[in-house]
Ligand binder design. Structure first.
Ligand code: ZN
Length: 62
């Protein structure tokens, strides 16, 4: 199956965060939402998770 990637560089933020998270869609949405809340001061919840889900890309494997 194709893993999904959340690239923190794609999210506008005041920290130059370079974290990428990859895994299944549900794993990435959960992990990235927790990361965004913990590091970027977002409020974890359905709204944030939808935002995270909308920015997922397919992992490109070489
Ligand atoms: Zn980040």
């Amino acid at each position: 199956m194709t893993r999904k990637v959340a690239d923190c560089r794609a999210i506008p933020s005041d920290t130059n965060c370079t974290l990428t998270i990859s895994g299944t869609e549900e794993e990435v949405v959960a992990a990235a939402s927790q990361h965004a809340a913990a590091v970027h001061g977002h409020t974890d919840g359905p709204e944030l998770r939808e935002q995270v889900r909308s920015m997922l890309t397919d992992e490109v494997t070489a």
